[in-house]
Design a protein around this ligand. Structure first.
Ligand SMILES: [Fe+2]
Ligand SMILES: [Fe+2]
Length: 412
């Protein structure tokens, strides 16, 4: 059973309403209760979103009737008055985009399978599943609620303000001696790395990355680098592609991990490998400084140009941090350059492009096609590799050959 807290004040008067009066995707301006015959329990907080997930969870509990406080009658009437308009609005893409943007601003998408450890996790979870979005204002206090989210095949997110609690949970998973599943520990390691990437990006967004946060990020890159080198058969399991939209720290972590694998199969020495990992992790840091609407494939030329500027902005951001390796600054600036001169910002060719940028370019292209965003479905690995071969003139032939070979063999 799902529950937030219990209301034991029966003296208050409640009005019954039916479930289908609520419009999924809308904010509910009153608190909603269930009644089990003796007590009223709070089900949805005032102001929370009656999301697609909330609807499914309530349906799952076979509740068709619930209650509002009599004092909420006015806001309920007003809500009903607007209900039809609201139904029309949530089908309006602009309304959807605005709501979704808010979701992106507040929530942090996690690897849902990392919660499958048996260790208590009492942080509120949000669900994200296209084309509808929403949050679940419930504390997941039982296995079945979490299972239901998995059944819905939704992405699962936590509020950004709960990231520290999530991090503590990840530590508990790594410390647990009774967890035999090596994949769970791999997931927890990757998630910790992702959290450090997120923290660095947050600080970069505020204009300055602290030396302390950077060093923590480097430390976690180094740990994962050693794990990949020690047992390459599990390497593919570090990657996280099963998300329905593009999130910068998931993207950067995947690109970092793939670049580490690439460096490893090239027999790179440890110092170079760590520098490559750092460079790959920070390659898109400039994206924190540009408008989120600006994308590489935007139909608006101005937006495409704004997107391209992330390479210059990233280099400038990293130039202001003394602990960042030189190669990382170079990669931030040149990871969109292509072998035949067809890339940006400078149209560099061949040897003029830093060798790390050539590696990151491939991981970056692969990752971007694998996780394409909510309006497209992801491409299969073989299709992406085919695409890379067809566009072979854009990549260094030796680097491409190594990439194709190890990616084709990864157990994802
Ligand atoms: Fe980029
Ligand atoms: Fe990228």
């Amino acid at each position: 059973m799902v529950r937030i807290y219990t209301i034991d004040d029966d003296s208050e008067r409640y009005i019954p309403v039916t479930l289908d009066t609520l419009v999924p995707g809308t904010q509910i301006p009153f608190e909603i209760f269930t009644h089990d015959g003796t007590i009223y329990k709070s089900l949805l907080d005032k102001g929370s979103t009656y999301s697609y997930f909330a609807q499914k969870m309530i349906e799952h509990q076979a509740l068709s009737r619930f209650y509002i406080r009599q004092g909420s009658a006015l806001s309920f009437n007003e809500y009903m008055h607007n209900a039809d308009k609201l139904k029309g609005m949530i089908l309006d893409p602009h309304f959807f985009e605005a709501g979704y943007k808010e979701f992106r601003g507040k929530w942090f998408v996690i690897d849902k399978l990392v919660l499958n450890s048996g260790i208590d996790f009492t942080v509120p979870l949000g669900g994200l599943r296209f084309p509808l979005y929403g949050e679940i204002p419930f504390i997941i206090d039982c296995d079945s609620a979490y299972r239901l989210l998995l059944d819905l095949n939704s992405d699962i997110a936590i509020r950004k303000r709960d990231i520290d609690a999530y991090y503590a949970y990840l530590d508990a998973v790594l410390d647990a001696e009774n967890i035999d599943d090596p994949l769970l520990k791999i997931r927890a390691r990757r998630e910790k790395l992702k959290v450090w990437c997120y923290r660095v990006h947050e600080e970069a967004g505020n204009g300055a990355i602290s030396a302390d946060t950077l060093l923590k990020l480097f430390k976690h890159i180094s740990i994962v680098m050693t794990l990949i080198a020690n047992d390459f058969s599990y390497a593919g399991k570090f990657l996280h592609f099963d998300v329905s939209d593009v999130f910068l720290c998931i993207h950067s972590t995947n690109v970092c991990l793939m670049s580490l694998m690439h460096g490893h199969v090239m027999n790179m020495d440890d110092a170079s490998l760590l520098n490559l990992g750092i460079a790959a992790m920070l390659h898109d840091v400039g994206r924190v400084a540009i408008d989120e609407n600006a994308t590489e494939n935007s139909s608006d030329e101005m937006e495409r140009e704004i997107y391209k500027s992330h390479v210059v902005l990233g280099k400038a951001l990293l130039d202001s941090c003394k602990d960042v390796p030189k190669a990382a600054k170079e990669v931030a600036l040149t990871h969109h350059e292509r072998e035949d001169g067809s890339g940006y910002m400078f149209g560099l060719t061949g040897d003029k492009i830093h060798p790390f940028s050539k590696i990151v370019a491939l991981a970056d292209t692969f990752e971007t096609q694998r996780v394409t965003g909510y309006n497209q479905s992801f491409m299969k690995r073989t299709k992406i590799l085919e695409y890379l071969v067809l566009n072979g003139h854009r990549f260094d032939p030796e680097v491409l050959k190594t990439f194709l070979r190890f990616v084709a063999g990864l157990a994802l």
